[in-house]
Design a protein. Sequence first.
Length: 626
Amino acid sequence: MKVRSHILLLNIVLLWCAFMWGQIGYAQNGNGEKIRPLSSKIDVKNNHDLVTGKTTKAFYDSLKHRAYKKKFTKLLHKLFIKTPEVDKRPQNFNRLDYFQQFEGKVIGAISFISLDAFEGNVFNPNRPPKTWLERKGNDVHAKTKTKVIQKALLFKCGEHLIPITLHENERLIRDFPFIKDARFIVTPRSSNERIVDVTVITQDVFAYSVSVDLNGIPSGKYRISNNNVGGLGHEASVAMVTHNSKTPRYGFESFYSVRNVNGSFVDLRVGVLQNYKYKGYGFALDKNFLTPQTKMAGSVLTYRMDRTFQRTFDDPVKSKDPLAFDYTEAWLGRKFDIFGKDKPSLILAAKMEYQKFWERPQEIEQKKLFSNTLSFSGSIALSKWYHKQANLVYGFGSTEDIPGGYLAELIVGYDNNEFLKRWYTQGSVSFGQFLSERNNYLYGSFSFGGFFNKRHFQQGIIQSEWQYISRRFFLWRYKARQFFKLSYMAGLKRFQPEQLFLNTRDGIRGFTDKTSGTERCVLSSETVFFHNRDIYNFKFASFYYMDIGSIGETSVGWKNQNIFMGIGTGIRVRNESLVFNTIQIRLDYYPIRPEGMSAFGISIRGRVKPLFKTFSGRKPQPVQFK
């Protein structure tokens, strides 16, 4: 479906209006509280303080009195209205600033406080469980053992306190999937001002989870998991996989992970799969560049698949016939601080990849997509990164670590497969920047690469992504954020079956795979409102979105692309003390859609929490065309 330029212009104007609306609201002081630069007056008629921008207590008392006259309005009041309370946490709280006041002092004693999943929080650890259900949940849950946290510390008693070490160490512990939040408290000793004691406060996530994934009537997956087995930080997961018409009708998937093996920050993962879709087994050892001070990183991954239809779980290229193969990958990276302290680091990395097929399609074009290969690649990169803390970004109140910095990378590799002997080259650059004191956040990236086969360029790719996250502002008495994202991807001389889609994962929410091409551009806007009320610690966030996407063949030019549009609203529900994904209910309307597609849609599903893009070193990996 072709759309005239004035319609596209109208959509851009609407996005700009949403952007400007996201910027208005009250100014904020250093503690994240609302202020107005007006004279100190009270609007008695509207019960509104014109200086602080806050509605007075009399207003809320009056509203409650009127609402409680009827059962229905009483229920609405309980769900959506809450008298404002002082938030002890500002919206941006840079923990590095806190630790810097103790720089150079000697660390004396280190003590540990481990909180159950349903017991206060790291800012208020003394609050007891509120309900009988929370108390029983704490009884069932195995609290994380102290030795697990001890192994994760990067400092010891008797050492001089280095602020960046404690700052990054606090973040590392927060990154554990069995930890909800972590906070280090530094206390100077009254008897000796040169010595400080450190208290490590952590709070667990409730370890058990159950999930059901139904694909209509034919198939389903029923999973039970424990991400903190015995309080050791291990994760175990078992799933039963069923299908009514395929063999085997009943199957399973099982995974086990051990994190931070012996305090080395190396993670071990093993898995076994046997069902109608997958049959295989494998294991992996993995260590990343976890902090700016990490010198070495790498991984080893090997697995055997006796039945599958993809090379990897998220590979967009699928085979009609079953595949069977062995796969092994290993990489190693080393960081060099040759430019001095607080300067970018030089990172060198090398990777080897081996794949051997036992079963695959017999057509020669299909064989080229699933070829036996032994490839080598290396990279050189400049990296500088840091983190700032915030909340109510992708989460619902717990501390979130937002990365800033940049990564510039050059990759060169050689693909020695049975059909093609070719070189690969890719250049990439990405950055994250906090804008002004308001801490609006901007992320950008650009990559270009491809293969050279006898001087002929093939399977090339251009990728760029821009993301803007506004400061936290107040709108209609709600804390809110505005999100914008612009992503572009184009394939150059790709193989015939390789295609891009405008589906839910990579384009317009709720879209099907009916739209495809080799060039895609998507512009998205989302406004999120964080509700003041919670029900048994389940917190709510409503959102409104608009997605505009174009897709088509690279060769026809941008003006001849197909343009589609989706708008919608929904609500997200999450208890951050539980392992379960966020529950999302979304209503969609598609004013511009493919022929034969319904104009309306509804979705009720689990939503994985988005991750921030990092700027640490990584394995040499071409951008995936998907």
